[in-house]
Design a protein around this ligand. Structure first.
Ligand code: ATP
Length: 340
């Protein structure tokens, strides 16, 4: 992997009084699949548009393979793009849409071959003569993907490409994009606000909030070692536990629901809690426990269906639980706690 292939340095962007990006530093490796993840308005799309050349940053620079491309117009960057709104040409057929960006880059016979290849790749051969209005949403997105990949771009930029699709098509297309990425190895940057999408697709996730990058890491690092309470709260479920003064821990503690363990009545040391919420989730139950202590804390816990009887779990009933030390995440401060 070519380290620091695409480098973003000191990027800031202001829209009037609104800060969209603040001092962004990011190194993207060649062939990497990066997801920009964060709540609405955190600056993801603005960052992608600056990488694409569709927006100009106020400060900073963008370097690809050692070359400063900050002033290079979008059309000269050799980046493939696919956006949430498909922006296919409504009066052109599937084949013509895919071929659109290729004239001037290839000869006619080469274009015909490339379109055939792309149609095979996204399995749209039978739809080649249809116009976009005759296709499903998922098929339209596959045409957009084929079009973005047809000219072998250096980078593929995807802005929420799956968000308009229903859940099943979404998962199918998610796998399709992953498969194509593995096949061609194009450096890919995808904007999403869907944590599951980021966790399943990305080599590394860039978590953003309030115009800044908060953490960059592999999905496992982000999930298991969140840098701030905000990251922990934004990705996956988590319970935060306040510390009574003089306790053995310092700072703010947190634990994922799958790591909290129910134990038998006589297990010591353990804590006691009332079951205040109980939700069936197929493979397991999700409970919200109200801890019997002065702080009246609430802890979310996932319990395997077969354990429900073992521990006599009932709504408003009492249970005992432990927080395994190895799974407790500690934060020095609660800054960036809330998802705004
Ligand atoms: P979403 O997930 O809702 O698309 P985002 O993380 O992609 O959000 P951006 O679209 O990058 O966020 O917007 C970042 C901030 O900049 C927001 O506060 C937005 O209102 C503002 N902004 C973006 N584009 C413009 C613009 N052209 N003019 C003025 N403000 C803008």
């Amino acid at each position: 992997m070519n380290k620091g292939y695409l480098s973003l340095r000191d990027l800031s962007k202001q829209f009037g009084k609104q800060t969209a990006l603040l001092d962004i530093q990011l190194d993207i490796n060649k062939h990497e699949f990066i997801c920009l993840l964060g709540p609405s308005g955190c600056g993801k799309t603005t960052l992608l548009r600056i990488i694409a050349g569709l927006e100009k940053s106020d400060t900073g620079k963008l370097v690809i393979a050692g070359r400063d491309i900050s002033s290079l117009p979008a059309g000269k960057r050799n980046f493939g793009m696919m956006f949430q709104s498909y922006a296919l040409f409504p009066n052109l057929t599937v084949s013509q849409n895919i071929a659109y960006g290729l004239s001037g880059r290839m000869t006619k016979p080469q274009i015909i071959d490339r379109v055939d290849e792309m149609l095979d790749l996204v399995e749209l051969n039978e739809q080649r003569n249809k116009v976009p209005s005759q296709l499903s949403g998922g098929q339209q997105q596959r045409v957009a993907l084929a079009r973005a990949l047809a000219f072998s771009p250096d980078c593929l930029l995807l802005d929420e490409p799956l968000s308009a699709l229903d859940a099943k098509v979404r998962v199918k297309l998610r796998n399709e994009i992953k498969r194509l990425h593995q096949k061609f190895g194009m450096t890919t940057v995808m904007v999403t606000h869907d944590q599951e999408e980021a966790l399943t697709m990305a080599d590394r996730i860039v978590v953003m909030n309030h115009a800044r990058i908060i953490q960059v890491g592999t999905p496992m690092e982000i999930y298991e070692k969140p840098a701030t309470p905000f990251v922990a709260d934004f990705i996956g479920a988590i319970s935060f536990i306040e510390q009574p003064p003089g306790g053995m821990w310092r700072g703010l503690l947190a634990i994922r629901p799958e790591h909290v363990q129910l134990v038998g009545e006589n297990s010591k040391p353990s804590m006691q809690a009332f079951v205040r919420e109980l939700e069936y989730r197929g493979t397991h139950y999700r409970l919200v426990l109200e801890v019997v202590n002065k702080l009246r804390q609430f802890i979310t816990i996932d319990v395997a269906a077969k354990e429900m009887d073992t521990f006599h779990v009932r709504l408003d009933g009492l249970v005992r639980f432990v927080l395994p030390e190895e799974h407790i995440i500690t934060f020095q401060s609660s800054a960036e706690y809330a998802v705004v």
